[in-house]
Write a protein that binds this ligand. Structure first.
Ligand code: HMG
Ligand code: MG
Length: 302
């Protein structure tokens, strides 16, 4: 299959990137991050999550972040909503898209959202229904779609099963997420091919963590089977509190460098993203993890 001309990048650093940070990042910094990202041209920014603050304290200020941002027309602002309480908060905050998040692995489902896969689907039913009633976009994220920190390699049938259930709940987009970054290109191609037999490829996204340095290869493998939506995080920030050792999402700068280099359009200003990556890393107290970002920042400084 030929590669796409255009790819949509969902920038997840305000949520997936920051959720794992131990020191609380000021609300004003989160607001500035979301604003700078939308100004850089991202069509979709995963801005906040409305989850239990006991489980993920860093995301406790989601309502304030949403109230403080400047909405750029053309950008979809998303929020994670694990239950009706989360959905109500998302509706009050005026998000454009809500994300239900389940796992392809039983053990991870228990650790992350404290229930079985089946129970999670039942819990998502009213959330999905209410989201659709309110006219919101609905996205379903499948964690541990390639492998699980507790159960090892995920059977392809488990991932396809959750994809099928999410589709039945009315999801507009479905994320195949390699939460711990263990997948390699051939397997990613196989999983994506199997998922796209159930869900149209135009509605499937790849969410790759770069723990084992495989994310760019996996994005290429996914594009080769027709996937055109990818998630990434500026400066490679991120990690999941319930997936020990899982490092950040693939760095947005690296993804943009690869895609633009291949002549694939994203609508995002890479130069602006380089500056955002350096800036937010300073606030988080980390060295930016993007190879392309660091190389280009060094060139700019020279
Ligand atoms: P629970 O303890 O089973 O449920 O948590 P609960 O209903 O008993 O709630 C516990 C407490 O949280 C209660 O407070 C609730 O009121 C409160 P208390 O009575 O003890 O004072 N609560 C809430 N507060 C605010 N907003 C809410 C909410 N819901 C309950 N929406 C629950 C179940 C799902 C709530 C919990 O497990 C949870 O919040 N988990 C969060 C998990 C999470 O955010 N994980 C990280 C994101 S997923 C991810 O990173 C993967 C992804 O990136 C893709 C990938 O890479 O794989 C998406
Ligand atoms: Mg993630």
């Amino acid at each position: 299959m030929s590669l796409p001309d255009k790819v949509k990048i969902v920038e997840v650093s305000p949520r997936d990137g920051l959720q794992n940070e131990k020191n609380f990042i000021d609300t004003a910094i989160k607001i500035e991050l979301v604003n700078r990202l939308s100004q850089a041209g991202f069509a979709n920014v995963e801005a906040v999550s409305f989850v239990s603050p006991k489980w993920v304290p860093q995301m406790a200020d989601g309502a304030e972040v949403m109230a403080g941002i400047h909405r750029r027309p053309g950008t979809i602002y998303s929020a994670l909503t694990p239950n009706m309480r989360g959905l109500e908060a998302a509706l009050a905050a005026g998000v454009d898209e809500v994300v239900i998040f389940g796992a392809a692995s039983e053990a991870f489902s228990q650790k992350n959202i404290n229930c079985s896969i089946e129970e999670s689907i039942a819990r998502f039913e009213p959330v999905a229904h209410a989201a659709k009633e309110a006219g919101l976009r609905l996205r379903g994220s499948i964690s541990c779609a390639l492998g699980c920190p507790y159960q090892g390699e995920t059977p392809i049938a488990s991932t396809v099963n959750v994809a099928r259930r999410f589709l039945a709940l009315g999801c507009d987009e479905i994320d195949v997420a390699d939460t711990i970054g263990v997948g390699t290109a051939r397997r990613v191609g196989e999983v994506m091919r199997a998922v796209t037999e159930v869900v149209d490829a135009s509605r499937v996204a790849g969410h790759f963590h770069d723990t084992y340095g495989q994310a760019l290869a996996n994005i290429l493998a996914a594009m080769q089977v027709g996937i055109q939506i990818f998630h990434s995080s500026v400066a490679g920030l991120g990690g999941c509190p319930y997936a020990k050792g899982a490092t950040g999402n693939v760095a947005t700068e690296d993804v943009l460098y690869m895609l633009h280099g291949m002549g694939i359009e994203t609508g995002v200003d890479l130069d602006a993203v380089i500056d955002i990556g350096q800036w937010i890393s300073g606030h988080v107290g980390k060295k930016p993890a993007s190879r392309a970002g660091n190389a280009m920042a060094a060139k700019k400084a020279a």
